[in-house]
Design a protein around this ligand. Sequence first.
Ligand code: ATP
Ligand code: MG
Length: 357
Amino acid sequence: MPNPTRPRLLTGDTPTSTGLHLGHYVGSLENRLHFQDHYDCYFLIANVHAFTTLAERPADIRANTLGIIKDWLAVGLDPERSTFVLQSEVPAIAELTFFFAMLIPFNKVMRNPTLKTEIDTKGLGDSYPFGFPMYAVGQCADILAFRPELVPVGEDQEAHIEMCRDVAGKFNQLYCGVNNRTPPDEHTAHGGLFPIPKAKIGRVARLPGLDGVNKMSKSLGNAIFLTDDTKTVQKKLNKITVQPDATTNLVPQSHVLLQYCDAFLPEERAKEIRATYAAGTDVMHGHIKAELGNALNNLLEPMRQRRAKLEGPTGDATATAVIRQGLTKANALAEQTLDLAKQKLGTHFGPRNLTFP
Ligand code: ATP
Ligand code: MG
């Protein structure tokens, strides 16, 4: 059973692809697995935010949503211990978004470095919809609706969490009488509604993609997915180009292959490989890739086996049941947050009783 006496944690994924990748694993999923037994955990699927780039493909968003839930189950996230939340089914999130949008200057949203990078790398040019930058504000509501203390994320999300901290602080000051010199950790003790949440960055803050340039990303075609089979994993690794630097004639220590060694091989072995490359010794890149492939396949195999059991209509039914299972608890908390927020905002004219099955 989820444990409501523990401090709360919220994090999540956007269903922009059918499944999750290794960047998710080292950047956030590992932390989620660890924190499941220490926090009252909420894991959110941001399916509304998937419409920012996939509005013309709603059926894909639905399939991706089920796919990501299945990946969560395959990795070991447990709906008996944690609460799975489907964003579109929690109306309080959308309502809070509107109020929070008043607390963030428009230009500040547009300067958000994570948004800028996404516009760049996803090739959105200047034709992205109004809703695209809006998602950064919506994400503040995703988080604050659950008033968590901790948000485990990859490094790319730090700017969003910073914005969320700003919004929470501003709300507490404007509407709850918290002094602007009150330290973030003391806001709730001084009457603030929202704890100022902290980001918890994963073991690997930013896993690069197979292109060696961008972060590994669902939307950029540079990912090894948790569902990739043994051969596909090895094929993808084999395609990584390893070129020595033109001036030093050495493979740079920042090379993606070496970053993967750090992330997925035992520490001592990764150091050894780095030292070999630093010394300019003739290295068989193919051998290193094979070693990495083995390590990755050993890591992924138990997940693949659990995931295989969730294929097809029965798996879809399981994922749907898991989504429904979380809704009552998620909505109870989000509705309570909204109710308290409306009291502070002066928009409260009595309780409302939405019922969620
Ligand atoms: P998209 O390309 O659609 O933005 P994504 O691959 O970035 O997808 P998200 O759903 O946006 O995935 O991110 C979910 C979580 O995983 C976030 O906490 C994010 O910081 C983390 N994450 C995503 N990619 C990486 C990565 N390459 N390294 C570390 N953490 C990551
Ligand atoms: Mg992303």
